[in-house]
Write a protein of this length. Structure first.
Length: 186
């Protein structure tokens, strides 16, 4: 399927958004931690498999973000996220959303709001999706080294991590900054 860019409006301000989703669950990452020299601190590790999905999108120029944490992924989840991004686009602007080629991104079953166009990134090129760096930062700072009790704990932690990030627009801009992503934006 090709990009859904046939309806780019003329004369409207364009917002560039980057979108991706990340699994968050009981198989959580472990990151480095401070410890007294010569000691080996314990780090928790969970062997269970319950997980949720964070659908996240960022607009670097505005330092904006739109995210949903859901217990499932697929076309219905993506539709909810596209609608959330649409709601976050500035009034009178049009969003171009860059995203990977997951099957629920490329399906013709998605109903695109009038203020959104999709552009699919090349396959196997995660370095082009700036939200990947934001997800790594959020995971390392608010989710790593955590053992979750159940799905509610996972969803609450994922929401708290996302909300912590969204509270700092300059952090979003800093983590995702690439000259090519800002060129031509004011």
């Amino acid at each position: 399927m090709k990009s859904h860019t046939g309806h780019l409006p003329r004369g409207k301000r364009i917002e560039i958004w980057f979108q991706d989703e990340a699994r968050i669950g009981q198989k959580n990452g472990v990151v480095r931690q401070w410890a007294k020299r010569g000691t080996r601190p314990r780090q928790p590790a969970d062997q269970r498999y319950v997980n949720a999905w964070l659908f996240g999108a960022i607009c670097l120029a505005g330092g904006k973000a739109a995210g949903l944490v859901l217990p499932f992924t697929g076309t219905a989840s993506m539709q909810l996220h596209i609608d959330e991004i649409s709601y976050s686009v500035a009034r009178g602007a049009h969003a171009v959303v860059l995203l990977d080629r997951a099957s629920w991104h490329t399906t013709a079953k998605l109903g695109l709001p009038r203020n959104i166009s999709l552009i699919f990134l090349p396959s196997r090129a995660p370095e082009l999706n700036l939200v990947e760096n934001v997800c790594q930062f959020r995971r390392a700072n608010w989710l790593a080294n955590t053992v979750f009790d159940d799905m509610d704990h996972i969803i609450n932690a994922a929401c708290n991590g996302w909300n912590n990030l969204v509270a700092f627009p300059d952090t979003i801009r800093s983590i995702g900054f690439r000259i090519w992503a800002h060129k031509g934006q004011t």
